[in-house]
Design a protein around this ligand. Structure first.
Ligand SMILES: [Zn+2]
Ligand SMILES: [Zn+2]
Length: 400
């Protein structure tokens, strides 16, 4: 593995990246409604000379293929492009012009990076061994997400490996890339349980079914799933975050009570076990007290599993390109990502680029003041070009 051969004008590439990034940042659109963004991406790809482009993949995805002059593997790179229902509060002069909508997760940057990679790589089409697939994905932020339907579309059936990146805007930019082999992001499921008792006078409990008492008992019991049913070596958490019963009167036993919360896991077997136990326990506890129950359980994205061999390969390529000091293994995180659906089917890996705009106290993702350092656009571009060089023997000479 050799370091990318570098020449050409990196300043020009940076300026162009920034222009695209700022345009996207200024024009954010909500998940599943990213019509202008999709049109913009398509237009850029056509401008760069792409011919093999599919739109509306799995609903709103865009897939552009670059088939080289020589045989080789098929590699997909994925970027998401949806924004969030947040009113932007930064003082950027390219802040959102769409009221109540903001790119507060960095998906605008992901898309910029992938567009710039597409622009550079098509210049070397003849030298490419195999096929590079540029996958622009709609709707990462809102379930069911875009990835699951893109996988189902069959458009990626011939892909041998897939890679994705996420900026970490909460950590200051320092040119460092974080990676995590195996489970890197959690499955995030949620539940709402409604306990229907039989309300009445607070002084005559014997003539009621007290939903508050049943719910309180249930909350305690649910904790034993994590403490008694879960293998202590497996990570997992169950939190009851809300409990509502009664209407404020001291002399009334509440007719019904509602509790809701979240379950976070990495291991799919543990994920299934916790879900099953929640159902069993809720039904049996309610039955024992004579209450009726309704459970609304929402399966979130699966846990994101980085195939260890691919992740190590990626880390090695990046170490050669950026130097060992900039490639740091990090522990798993409890956030979720629908990139998980791709790596359920295709070997691949997902990595993080530290990208916070400030030296310290960066705002977290999904915060109205979230901001990235634009230099991370070049870091991201360089990661994709270095993987393209490694897997497809194509050198793009823009970094020096
Ligand atoms: Zn997000
Ligand atoms: Zn995101």
């Amino acid at each position: 593995m050799k370091v990318i051969e570098m020449s050409g004008n990196i300043t020009m590439v940076f300026n162009e990246s920034r222009e695209i990034y700022r345009y996207l940042h200024q024009h954010p659109e909500l998940s599943f409604e990213e019509y202008q963004t999709r049109a913009f991406i398509l237009n850029q790809l056509l401008k760069y000379g792409y011919e093999d482009i599919k739109i509306n993949v799995g609903g709103g995805g865009i897939v552009a293929r670059l088939t080289g002059g020589k045989p080789g593997p098929v590699t997909a790179f994925r970027a998401d492009f949806d924004a969030l229902a947040i009113q932007e509060e930064t003082d950027l002069d390219f802040k959102s012009v769409n009221d109540g909508v903001m790119h507060a997760c960095g998906h605008d940057a992901h898309t910029t990076i992938l567009l710039m990679a597409a622009k550079q790589l098509i210049k070397y089409r003849q030298r490419i061994e195999g096929t590079i697939v540029f996958l622009f994905q709609h709707a990462e932020e809102v379930k069911p997400g875009g990835a699951v339907s893109i996988v189902k579309s069959g458009e990626l059936d011939d892909v041998d490996q897939i890679f994705g990146l996420h900026l970490s805007g909460d950590i200051p930019y320092d040119g460092v890339i974080n990676y995590c082999p195996g489970y890197a992001l959690a499955a995030s499921d949620s539940f709402t349980i409604n306990i229907q008792g039989n309300g009445g006078h607070a002084a005559t409990p014997h003539s009621t079914v007290d939903s508050t008492v049943v719910a309180a008992f249930l909350i305690q019991q649910l904790q034993t799933i994590v403490s008694r049913n879960k293998n202590p070596l497996d990570s997992g958490v169950l939190t009851v975050a809300n409990f509502h019963a009664g209407n404020g009167a001291n002399n009334v036993i509440a007719d019904s009570a509602t509790i809701s919360g979240t379950v976070r896991t990495y291991n799919p077997e543990l994920r299934a076990l916790i879900k099953k136990r929640i159902f069993n326990m809720t039904e049996q506890v309610s039955q024992a007290h004579g209450a009726k129950v309704e459970i609304d359980y929402l399966d979130g994205y699966p846990p994101l599993y980085n195939h260890p061999e691919k992740m190590e390969e990626v880390a090695d390529v990046f170490t050669d390109t950026f130097g060992a000091a900039r490639i740091i293994e990090s522990p798993p995180r409890m956030g979720g990502e629908d990139f998980a659906y791709y790596v359920e089917k295709i070997p691949g890996a997902f990595y993080f680029i530290r990208a916070g705009a400030f030296a310290e106290n960066n705002y977290p993702h999904h915060h109205p003041k979230f901001q990235i350092d634009e230099r991370s656009l070049l870091t991201g571009l360089k990661t994709i070009l270095s993987l393209a060089e490694y897997y497809h023997q194509v050198k793009v000479g823009i970094f020096q």
